[in-house]
Design a protein around this ligand. Structure first.
Ligand code: PLP
Length: 386
């Protein structure tokens, strides 16, 4: 059997994979089993922050592998605490809970918000307001938080206590906050799976006002937007938001599974002994890799990310077959005249890997993709759109 035949025979059919088997890569170039090279503008969906087989990350990971690969959370290991310290120093948050994925990072944020609200306001204050068109994960609770009905249909009943409101409509948010006994509002600053749709700044200001006036927590899901992706360390930083809880994953681990829930002042001590846990959470190898990622997401790199956005917009905005370009930094959505899936397939034939998000082509290249390579790939995308 070929790799693809074996996969189809034995792996659960939850993914509609492209007919491409990746066997190796370096930076923003990956190779299939015939040795054909592709420019990768998807990075495993915003995971490989510094591309494939990045040497600094590889060294950090293999050095830790040679020391100890796992010890459970019954004991201390050095990388876990160091990563938590760096996350807190870079964000002003106070504590971190580590898990293994974005969905789990959100689960922890939700549990923390519910416990905080029960203690501060009463157990009935359990409702979490999320936004329509959001995406927060695939567990039964994070599906309930996800404001897209088509993800819910086959999996009822979901966890109760979630309502979703229309993004951009401050009055609807206000009404929901009045009507329900709420613990928190949970948002993505740019709805990634929803089609790379940024929330308007005025709406973010309205969210801040509602959460402050009504004593609600603000949870910002930075699973996709986080870790340098949008040209700041976290996307909420562009708009001066002060979240109480930040969830992140994907690019933090640089290619190994790692989720993190960052807890601000109001909630830093909400979770105590026995309230939450994860066998693999804070795994030393994943944390060592993440440290090497986070240490390099500095201002010069973030400035580079912003420059790369300018290049992409310069090449794509107004080009034939392109309707709009949305997003920020290296999280870009392109509304094309041709169906997005067709454009992605055409790009793949021409040696460029990109993604879709709803009806848009989505670009999530490595933060350190060389300018010339990015330009080459985006020109190929532009030709495929025309
Ligand atoms: N939250 C957001 C904003 C996401 O984009 C995703 C995944 O795409 C998730 C949560 C879920 O992350 P994971 O697949 O790591 O559970």
């Amino acid at each position: 059997m070929t790799t693809q035949e074996r996969d189809k025979a034995y792996v659960a059919g939850t993914y509609n994979r492209f007919p491409l088997t990746v066997v190796s890569g370096k930076g923003s170039l990956v190779k299939d089993e015939k040795g054909r090279e592709y420019i990768d503008l998807g990075t495993g969906i915003a995971v490989n922050s510094f591309g494939v087989a990045d040497e600094v990350w590889q060294q950090a990971v293999t050095a830790q592998l040679g020391r100890v690969q796992h010890m459970s959370n019954l004991y201390y290991t050095e990388p876990c605490g160091k990563l938590a310290e760096l996350l807190c120093r870079r964000t002003g948050m106070k504590k971190v809970f580590f898990s293994n994925s974005g969905a789990e990072a959100n689960e922890c944020a939700i549990k923390t918000a519910r416990k905080w609200a029960a203690e501060q306001k009463g157990p009935e204050y359990a409702t979490i307001i999320t936004l329509k068109n959001s995406f927060h994960g695939r567990t039964i609770t994070t599906l309930a938080a996800t404001g897209q009905d088509h993800y819910h249909e086959l999996f009822q009943p979901l966890t109760p206590g979630f309502v979703s409101v229309t993004p951009g409509d401050a009055a609807e948010l206000e009404t929901a906050a009045e009507k329900y006994s709420c613990a928190a509002v949970m948002i993505e600053c740019i709805q990634g799976e929803g089609g790379v749709v940024p929330l308007p700044s005025e709406y973010l200001a309205a969210i801040r006002q509602v959460t402050e006036e009504r004593n609600l927590l603000l949870i910002v899901d930075e699973v996709q937007t986080g870790n340098g992706r949008t040209g700041d360390l976290y996307a909420y930083m562009h708009d001066g938001l002060k979240p109480d809880l930040v969830s992140t994953a994907k690019g933090l681990g640089g290619g190994l599974p790692l989720g993190a829930t960052l807890m601000g002042e109001r909630v830093e001590n909400v979770l105590g002994f026995g309230d939450h846990g994860s066998t693999f959470g804070g795994n030393p190898v994943c944390c060592a890799g993440a440290l090497s990622v986070l240490e390099r997401i500095d201002e010069p790199l973030l400035a580079e990310v912003r420059e790369k956005e300018k290049l992409i917009r310069h090449l794509l905005e107004g080009a034939p077959g392109i309707e709009t370009v949305s997003g920020r930094g290296l999280m870009i959505g392109v509304k094309t005249v041709r169906p997005a899936g067709e454009v992605v397939r055409a790009c793949m034939e021409r040696g460029v890997l990109c993604l879709t998000a709803k009806d848009r082509v989505r670009l999530l290249p490595a933060l350190n993709i060389p300018m010339e390579l990015l330009e080459k790939a985006v020109r190929i995308l532009r030709d495929a759109c025309a």
